[in-house]
Write a new protein. Structure first.
Lengths: 323, 255
């Protein structure tokens, strides 16, 4: 009966692809621990829940139903999951470590006074739980031991490659009606504002970034031109946002955006570890820096040593010459 | 309005995070310390809200005596009241213990004065990144809480808070008193002025010890993630390297 219960992250029924990482991780874990995976869907919405369970080889699903759950709400979702966790006493209650996944699991565990281990990459069970998790946005790892029967955790986003099941099976979906305190509707989403569509920093195939070495807001003009020529986006370091040269939306790193372009061109950026964790998923990195010892230069696949104010315009000119 | 901000003192490592021989903490022998970036923004947000609506900002930290440095920094950018809850163990406490201690401290602070209309946390701490202390405190106090906040507006007895999600923003409208976890980018923190620096020297810091015991989670060791080491190919020096750079862009198919 215990089992591994996985939160399905969704937006009014639309299941987030990040959930597939959690389902995959749970399935692998279940095999090692000889447990069953149960997928948990919060609220009654039109969705592909059934199909997703089937595709990911999850034979059991639970829909937590309440007329109060009309949208996402961290308190309602957390309370719903905590009620289920208390009643069914699963061994593991988990999600993927997105902002929402971490938020809901934190709420559920807090309500039961249980530990919550965020952003795990490895989970083992002998007499205790031994878990490896990310600190510093992934720049450092921590091994923790937890001596409880039940554990709440999240798997670090992008740490597991989603894999559908070889054998799909029809899922048995059960609807569980919950009684929830209407007070908790105070944190339901009230409104949404859409953003302009198009490539974002996190999805761009080329990112041209500038750091303190750029020197001023105006001096970003050549970087913008280069990004435009390559149909890419401009990024920056925290030194740049702190100076007010660019908006925080452009910041790459631990407290900014994580990028994964085909090529990352880092101009005048030293490559501090908190910047590096945001850039390291790039397929190729080109550092342009006057300092051959800069971390960005020694870690990058490619580098140009020199003043970015000369090198970037020369690259622009060479591109234009060839077109 | 009375606002509380909970901040954590964290080391500010450069190109690599070194760990001590016992593998239990970050080796800070050659490092400076700072306030976690999300929380620095939380302090700025609180200062701006009080400038607009009146009131005061209290800043609380759980940490070693040296964390006074982070409280004084908060004083230099507009906070008014400072509380240090000592943890002299030399290690971070686990998130449940930290949450317990902060909840108790808040109860004491509110018993001795007004209730906090708003309590701000960072979305996650910069070092341990547990994604939970603010939520645990809010649950203990029975208050509404939303994380990931990048916009705050107060109207009378309600706070409108927004957060970024794929393709847009979600807006929450939460009755006060409330708890919010904020993210860097919500504002651009100010630099301390001369007057601020003076205020920070004079700031009175109260120290409040709170009994607590460890939770069921124990840190075993810290270690470095595996890194793929790559040789750096130097494409050239100065503008002459442009030809090789564009050759590379061509090769990668992004030209
Ligand atoms: C908890 C925490 C979280 C953080 N999160 C982030 C984050 O998300 N993102 C982030 O970026 N940082 C983050 N930081 C800050 C980070 O530690 C560094 O301070 C920051 O990345 C430094 O920015 P920089 O490389 O632009 O500046 P610097 O470190 O000052 O480097 C400037 C570089 O430019 C080079 N240079 C100077 N002039 C020229 C020139 N004319 N041509 C070519 N090269 C030149 C120099 O050689 C040097 O390498 C965080 C810090 C902490 C403590
Ligand atoms: N030692 C501490 N002292 C004060 N506030 C803390 C402390 N640890 C965590 N917090 C607050 O709780 C938030 C979430 O922390 P965490 O759960 O560790 O990610 C942080 O951003 C801080 O606002």
């Amino acid at each position: 009966m215990p089992g591994i219960y996985v939160l399905v992250e969704h937006d009014r029924g639309e299941i987030s692809p990040a959930t597939f990482e959690a389902l995959t991780a749970a399935r692998n874990l279940a095999q090692r621990l000889t447990e069953e995976v149960v997928a948990v869907f919060i609220g009654v919405f039109d969705s592909d829940f059934n199909a997703v369970c089937t595709e990911y080889g999850i034979s059991e699903g639970v829909v937590l139903a309440s007329p109060l759950i009309t949208d996402y709400g961290p308190e309602l979702w957390g309370e719903a999951l905590s009620q289920l966790s208390q009643e069914r006493t699963p061994r593991i209650v988990m999600s993927v470590g997105t902002d929402k996944g971490n938020e809901v699991i934190a709420h559920a565990s807090a309500r039961l006074g249980s530990p919550f281990i965020a952003n795990c990459i490895e989970v083992h069970r002998d007499s205790d739980w031994t878990i490896t998790r990310m600190q510093w946005g992934g720049s450092l790892l921590e091994d923790v031991r937890v001596d409880t029967e039940q554990i709440f955790l999240s798997y670090a986003h992008h740490s597991v490659e989603p894999e559908t099941a070889a054998l799909s099976s029809d899922a048995n979906i059960q609807i569980v009606e919950l009684e929830l305190d209407s007070l908790l509707t105070r944190t339901l989403v009230q409104e949404r504002a859409a953003q302009a569509e198009g490539a974002t920093l996190s999805t761009a195939s080329v990112v041209v970034s500038g750091g303190r070495g750029v020197g001023s807001a105006d001096a970003f003009a050549p970087l913008e031109e280069l990004a435009d020529l390559l149909a890419g986006k401009v990024g920056c370091s925290r030194a740049v946002t702190n100076n007010g040269w660019r908006s925080h939306a452009d910041q790459v790193g631990q407290t900014g955006t994580r990028i994964a372009p085909e090529i990352y061109i880092a101009c005048g950026i030293s490559g501090a570890i908190q910047h590096w964790v945001g850039a390291m998923a790039s397929k190729n990195i080109l550092a342009i820096n006057i300092d051959p010892e800069a971390n960005m230069v020694t870690k990058a696949g490619y580098a140009v040593l020199g003043d970015l104010h000369e090198v970037v315009p020369a690259i622009i000119e060479e591109i234009k010459r060839r077109r | 309005m009375r606002i509380l901000v909970c901040v954590k003192r964290v080391p500010a490592p450069g190109s690599r995070i070194n760990i001590t021989d016992d593998a239990l903490t970050v080796d800070t022998a050659h490092l400076g310390f700072t306030t976690s970036p999300h929380e620095e923004c939380a302090v700025e947000e609180a200062a701006q809200l009080v400038e607009e609506h009146g009131g005061s900002v209290c800043v609380l930290t759980v940490g070693p005596a040296e964390a006074e440095e982070q409280l004084r920094y908060a004083a230099s950018v507009g906070a008014n009241e400072f509380v240090l809850v000592p943890n002299e163990s030399g290690h971070d406490w686990d998130p449940q213990r930290t949450s317990h201690v902060i909840s108790e401290a808040i109860t004491q602070l509110e018993a001795g004065g007004e209730r906090f209309d708003l309590i701000l946390f960072g979305n996650e701490s910069a070092d341990s990144g547990g994604y939970q202390v603010g939520i645990r405190v809010a649950v203990t106090l029975g208050r509404a809480v939303v994380n990931g906040i990048k916009g705050i507006e107060i109207q009378d007895t309600t706070v409108t808070a927004s957060r970024e999600v794929d393709g847009g923003n979600e807006v929450y409208s939460v009755p006060l008193p409330a708890v919010l976890g904020v993210k860097e980018g919500i504002n651009l923190p100010r630099y301390p002025t001369m007057k601020g620096r003076l205020a920070s020297k004079k700031a009175e810091i109260s120290s409040t010890s709170i009994d607590s015991s460890a939770g069921p989670q124990e840190k075993v060791r810290l270690h470095q993630p595996e890194e793929k080491i790559s040789e750096t190919e130097i494409l050239g020096n100065g503008p002459d390297a442009a030809v090789k750079v564009v050759d590379l862009l061509d090769e990668l198919g992004v030209l």
